[in-house]
Design a protein around this ligand. Structure first.
Ligand code: DON
Length: 311
């Protein structure tokens, strides 16, 4: 862990904090935290590991899991599973593809996923999403930041455009205003890297939390969520992330990244300076160092060394 923080140090402050949601612009670009937990429950962290940050698009992994568990294969009638090769809030492909988003990890795909949760939960979708994260992270403290949710809503014209555009193709089941309100709130959920790594642990263990036994997804569904994280989790830089880190990962414009080493561990990093695709710059460097030193890389035959967490 200390080695990863050291590797990321020169990259701190090189990226740009997201400012299209003004409440996120207050983040300190030199902040850094990282946490790992393995499927035996051994954990380690470094940096500002007790500071909460806005998980933003990382929430899309958890909403995808919820929708997949509920809708199973029929989910794929509403959203694709191909990398987009475009930015997370691009509208161009949507017209060509008749309002069916390329994948569930870009904004229009996540809006469709949240639409299904709204239909299926029979009430307060954001409360369901928060409760799912609290259970997965084993932390009752996780909550929505009202300040960030209000900022998302106020500056959410691009997301409104995406939602109404999909509605024009009759692709939403609910009123776009309700779907967007739920989507804005899920993005505004805050947690620490320790909680985020813990929340992703079941994705490293076939969908079952190895510490509590709670089953969130089947093994096949888990494989699919991980495959989508690998191929689509970093938008038009997903290939670069796979090349450098070699783990399924999902970024958020709050500067967080959740990465999963199937069969081994879950790791979360936070540093708010972003690269041009909206992914944490120093966070990616730290994860690259993590996979290099532990051997946790899905393309590698090197045997993982969990002792490397403590270096
Ligand atoms: O909808 C948005 O634009 C933000 N709430 C989330 C975008 C995001 O995190 C993209 N990730 N890198």
């Amino acid at each position: 862990m200390a080695h990863c923080a050291q590797a990321a140090k020169p990259a701190l402050g090189e990226g740009r904090v997201a400012d299209y949601i003004p409440a996120l612009a207050k983040a300190d670009p030199s902040a850094f935290a990282m946490a790992v937990i393995d499927i035996e429950g051994d954990s380690a962290s470094v940096g500002m590991a007790d500071v909460c940050f806005s998980i933003q698009s990382i929430s899309k992994v958890f909403t995808l899991s919820m929708a997949l568990a509920q809708r199973r294969e029929t989910l794929w009638e509403r959203v694709g599973r191909e990398p987009s090769g475009t930015g997370f809030n691009s509208i161009v492909q949507l017209e060509h593809e008749q309002g069916v988003p390329r994948n569930p990890l870009i904004n229009p795909g996540a809006i469709v996923v949240t639409d299904t949760i709204l239909s299926d939960c029979g009430g307060d979708a954001p409360a369901h999403i928060v409760s799912r994260l609290r259970e997965a992270a084993a932390s009752d403290r996780i909550a929505v930041s009202e300040e960030i949710a209000a900022s998302e809503e106020k500056w959410g014209d691009r997301n409104r455009s995406l939602a109404y555009f999909m509605k024009s193709f009759d692709r939403l089941e609910n009123d776009p205003r309700e779907v967007l309100s739920a989507y804005f709130r899920q993005c505004a959920i805050e947690m620490t890297v320790v909680e985020l790594a813990r929340a992703g642990l079941h994705l490293a263990n076939g969908g079952v939390d190895p510490l509590t036994g709670a089953a969130f997804l089947s093994r096949a569904q888990t494989n699919r969520v991980n495959a989508l994280m690998l191929t689509c989790g970093h938008y038009d830089m997903s290939g670069d992330f796979a090349f450098r880190v070699g783990l399924p990962g999902k970024s958020g414009v709050g500067g967080g990244i959740l990465a999963v080493a199937p069969g081994a561990a879950s790791v979360a990093v936070w540093s708010p300076g972003l690269n041009e695709a909206g992914n944490s710059h120093a966070g990616t460097v730290a994860l690259e160092a993590f996979s290099d030193c532990t051997g946790l890389n899905i393309f590698s035959d090197k045997r993982p060394e969990s002792s490397a967490f403590e270096d």
